[in-house]
Design a protein around this ligand. Structure first.
Ligand code: AR6
Length: 168
């Protein structure tokens, strides 16, 4: 499995699945969630309504509507609360469950945004370390269909953090 860090708009990215940092209602919102629903069109919202909702740390899958990607894996990151509510483990679960779903669908390429580091306020460096570590742990799994993971960083701070962590 290969890991790459890019500074991009995830909605324009051509992979088997892009991951959405959604909320529990799955009805769209701001940030990357808003961008994905705007770019993908109403088909995604219709599928999300059918699914109903998603708990923090869990993941669900829909098509990607009008975007170049084939699927959207929606996961709900934890709201940062000063590490009082198991946020680290819940964020780990987002990455694990999204990858797990990608394997169930036999997907080869997946792109993650920096889950929880926007509106949900998770400290960026702490989140980046969790993301890299959790995805890295699945590197050794030969059974995995996933061959390439992209961390799509929207802001320069996240881009620099991920680059440093992966180089170090
Ligand atoms: N492509 C890639 N990354 C992006 C894009 C984009 N087009 N737009 C924003 N980001 P956030 P959260 C980055 O706030 O913290 C929504 O309202 C952004 O710079 O989107 O998990 C949901 O409905 C940041 O690094 O998600 C929830 O209510 C990262 O995406 C809530 O926000 C995540 O920021 C979820 O909050």
């Amino acid at each position: 499995m290969k890991i790459e860090v890019l500074r991009e708009d995830i909605t324009t990215f051509d992979v088997d699945a892009i991951v959405n940092a959604a909320n529990k209602t799955l009805r769209g919102g701001g940030g990357v969630d808003g961008a994905i629903h705007r770019a993908g069109g109403k088909e995604i919202l219709e599928e999300c309504k059918e699914i109903g909702g998603c708990e923090t740390g869990e993941a669900v899958i829909t098509t990607a509507g009008k975007m170049p990607a084939r699927h959207v894996i929606h996961t709900v990151g934890p709201v940062w609360d000063g590490s009082e509510n198991n946020e680290d483990e819940l964020l780990q679960n987002c990455y694990k469950n999204a990858l797990q779903l990608a394997v169930e669908y036999n997907l080869k390429t997946i792109a993650f945004p920096n889950i929880s580091t926007g509106v949900y306020g998770f400290p960026k460096e702490r989140a980046a370390r969790i993301a890299v570590e959790t995805v890295g742990q699945m590197l050794n799994d030969d059974e995995s269909s996933v061959k390439q993971v992209f961390f799509i960083c929207f802001d320069k701070e996240n881009y620099d953090l991920y680059t440093n962590i992966l180089e170090g």
